[in-house]
Design a protein around this ligand. Structure first.
Ligand SMILES: C[S@@+](CC[C@H](N)C(=O)[O-])C[C@H]1O[C@@H](n2cnc3c(N)ncnc32)[C@H](O)[C@@H]1O
Length: 251
């Protein structure tokens, strides 16, 4: 057993002191914030838009509801939720990183979405909201960056209303060996090269690929959601398991 001072965790493939991970992740997202949206389109060939559209369609969010988009970054999901909940509802775009939030806030303003969205700087592990606040919580491509994932899931469970649902959209484990090999080639060779070429930052994109490999697979994440109290948990693979959408309810 390690004492608290000597605890380590992974940062991509590196093992670092647990209390240094937040800063290391922050550095990545400060660095990529300005080019984040364009890189997302390039890296995924635009497919991230389909994954996000599917997430929205599975959310069941209706007019008048209250939604938390945690690790919401540049606000892709927030933008869509803001239109769904309308003037009677509210969306909180929350992220630990002020550079990502600033890009998100500007994007929302440019799209004319202001009245029903609030931006909050917050850590997913310690959500600064009262118990039973939200009808729906989403975390898209964010959970793998969080140091203590179970703590974050428990915090999300606490702030969900009874009857509310959590959707976790995240990279996961490809279903076939063949796809897995192709994907490895893409993410460890092409991705850092694209990061270097477009954002002059191969290291952040290497972290991205490594953090995906270190993230719990589909069944492990489902078990983690069960353990903190989510019910009727399930997941759907997309694009052969490269991405999975996990869903769980609080009753
Ligand atoms: C890959 S981006 C995803 C942004 C957005 N959800 C999307 O799908 O495009 C990951 C985001 O997670 C945020 N993040 C990392 N650790 C976090 C934490 N502990 N709490 C809240 N946000 C966090 C980062 O700042 C970053 O904006």
């Amino acid at each position: 057993m390690q004492d608290d001072q000597n605890k380590t965790t992974h940062f991509g493939f590196q093992e670092i002191p647990t209390d240094k991970k937040v800063d290391a992740v922050a550095q990545v997202f400060h660095s990529v914030a300005a080019k984040y949206d364009i890189m997302n389109d390039l890296m995924s060939g635009g497919i991230h838009r389909l994954w996000k559209r599917h997430t929205i369609s599975q959310s069941g969010v209706r007019a008048g509801q209250t939604v938390l988009d945690i690790a919401g970054g540049t606000g892709d999901l927030t933008l869509k939720f803001a239109r769904l909940v309308g003037n009677e509802g509210q969306v909180i775009l929350a992220d630990i990183n002020d550079s990502m939030l600033k890009v998100g806030r500007d994007k929302l303003a440019n799209q004319g979405v202001v009245g029903n969205v609030k931006c909050v700087q917050a850590n997913a592990e310690e959500l600064p909201f009262p118990d039973n606040t939200f009808d729906c919580i989403t975390i898209a491509f964010g959970l793998r960056n969080v140091t203590d994932k179970s703590k974050a899931l428990a915090s999300m469970h606490r702030v969900l209303k009874p009857g509310g649902r959590l959707l976790v959209l995240e990279f996961s484990k490809p279903e076939s060996e063949h796809l897995s090999k192709l994907y490895d080639h893409y993410s460890f060779r092409l991705l850092p090269a694209m990061g270097k070429l477009i954002a002059n930052d191969s290291e952040s994109y290497r972290y991205l690929a490594e953090s995906i490999r270190m993230h719990p697979d589909q069944d492990t994440l489902k078990d983690m959601m069960d353990e903190v109290g989510f019910e009727r948990t399930s997941y759907q693979n997309m694009t052969g398991g490269i991405v999975a959408l996990h869903k769980g309810f609080k009753f």
